[in-house]
Design a binder for this molecule. Structure first.
Ligand code: SME
Length: 169
């Protein structure tokens, strides 16, 4: 496994996502440890896009618990009734928040955070994980981020939540 990202200077955000997707897949395919893989996905997203905060919350006994991340200190536990992460996990859909101050119940882990995107991973009807990306710039996220971050969650699904193929007899 390559342990150095290939990042071409001066390309667009969409081109950057296209560049890292196969690298995300290459890095986490073949490694079975969930935390190790989430840690590397956070690191790849941070290095590729220099996001202010990027990381995961895992669903644990009915609340979201902080997982691997890159960025400043973050809230450890989030109730499902709270914040953008709780709303995304409950509604089971990606939420893009252009101005976090205007989102009812937003949890300000850092006052520098201005906009946010949260992408849930739903397995058998249950939210098991959310990916949270925060920016210190207003209105920083678009459908482009949604498209590619959802693809990253699909890679995580494939590696960690696909049933083993039936044995051939
Ligand atoms: N702002 C998030 C909480 C998590 S952190 O910002 C890292 C929310 O409202 O769910």
């Amino acid at each position: 496994m390559a342990e150095e990202l290939i990042l071409t200077p001066g390309i667009t955000r969409e081109e950057r996502y296209r560049e890292i997707l196969p690298q995300v897949e290459a890095v986490i395919t073949g490694e079975t440890d969930f935390i190790a893989n989430l840690a590397n996905v956070s690191a790849i997203l941070k290095e590729a896009h220099n996001f202010f905060w990027v990381g995961f919350y895992r669903m644990m006994e009915g609340e979201l618990v902080l997982g691997p991340f890159q960025g400043p200190l973050a809230c450890t536990r989030i109730a499902l009734s709270r914040g953008v992460c709780g709303a995304s996990a409950t509604q089971q859909k990606t939420l893009i928040v252009p101005d976090v101050e205007k989102f009812p119940g937003h949890i300000a882990c850092s006052s520098a955070s201005q906009s946010e995107i949260v992408v849930p991973l739903v397995v058998n009807g249950q939210t098991v994980l959310v990916l949270d990306v925060d920016s210190d710039v207003y209105d920083d996220f678009s459908e482009t981020d949604q498209t590619y971050l959802e693809q990253i969650m699909e890679i995580i699904r494939k590696v960690h939540y696909s049933a083993a193929p039936p044995l051939k007899s």
